[in-house]
Design a protein around this ligand. Structure first.
Ligand SMILES: Nc1ncnc2c1ncn2[C@@H]1O[C@H](COP(=O)(O)OP(=O)(O)OP(=O)(O)O)[C@@H](O)[C@H]1O
Ligand SMILES: [Mg+2]
Length: 222
């Protein structure tokens, strides 16, 4: 039987930060694969590079201090095409990040903008990536909040992050990561602030990941 191509295929990933004229290798020669519908949970001690791996995949490393990023990160997009993320930049990468792959950050507050309502922030990628109208995107954002178990989602969508509890904010960031129904979901120690189920179409309720792990989850198979 021919095996389907994995959603995510990382080989020889190396991420190096330039700090005070010195090179610090945060991720060294990593190989990792995630198949459709599979949950993979890298486990490692604090500082071993789990978060930096997630940020490397998403293309979200701070530009100024990232000095070298070797290796290959191949992602199968929702349309079935495969892209090499290491060779993508700027607008091309923005079309993939948040659309074909989503990330729930270890620190939920860093991913929520304090000056926009939570509903606006979830609706934005739906408008940009899926081409929905403002009104449709807004209504889908409310559904996403409902999916992650936020009571009274209509009212909550109109609130700013500071008006929500910590667990609710964490759920809202999960809703944001899932907004465009990504092929790959990266959850960086997501259940520290909220016990939350990821309502992927084929996933059912997900148990909490191993302590000290982020996990990638291919939620859709085109
Ligand atoms: N922006 C940055 N600039 C410089 N070094 C960084 C940066 N972010 C992370 N590092 C370094 O990269 C290494 C890996 O960090 P990372 O955050 O990936 O660890 P982790 O495995 O996620 O740890 P934890 O379990 O505590 O979340 C650490 O040595 C850290 O200090
Ligand atoms: Mg981390």
């Amino acid at each position: 039987m021919v095996q389907a191509e994995p959603i995510l295929q990382i080989s020889g990933l190396k991420t190096v930060f330039r700090i005070a004229q010195r090179d610090v290798t945060a991720v060294h020669d990593l190989d990792l694969e995630v198949a459709a519908g599979e949950t993979v949970a890298p486990v490692g001690e604090s500082g071993s590079g789990k978060s930096v791996t997630g940020l490397s995949i998403m293309g979200l490393l701070p530009r100024g201090i990232r000095r070298v990023a070797a290796g290959s990160i191949r992602l199968r997009r929702k349309d079935g095409s495969t892209v090499e993320l290491q060779q993508m930049d700027g607008p091309d990468l923005r079309g993939v990040s948040g659309n074909d792959m989503g990330i729930v950050f270890q620190e939920p507050l860093t991913s929520l903008n304090p000056v926009y309502t939570v509903g606006e922030q979830i609706a934005e990628p739906i408008r940009i990536h899926l081409g929905k109208s403002r009104r449709q995107a807004r209504s889908e954002a409310v559904h996403r909040l409902e999916d992650v178990g936020i009571p009274d989602p209509q009212r909550r969508a109109g609130q700013y992050p500071h008006e929500m509890s910590g667990g609710m904010r964490q759920r809202a960031t999960i809703a944001m990561a899932l907004a465009c129904d990504p092929a790959l979901l990266i959850a960086d120690e997501t259940d520290h602030g909220a016990r939350c189920h990821h309502p992927g179409p084929d996933s059912g309720p997900a148990g909490p990941p191993a302590a000290g792990a982020w996990h990638g989850h291919a939620v859709r198979h085109p």
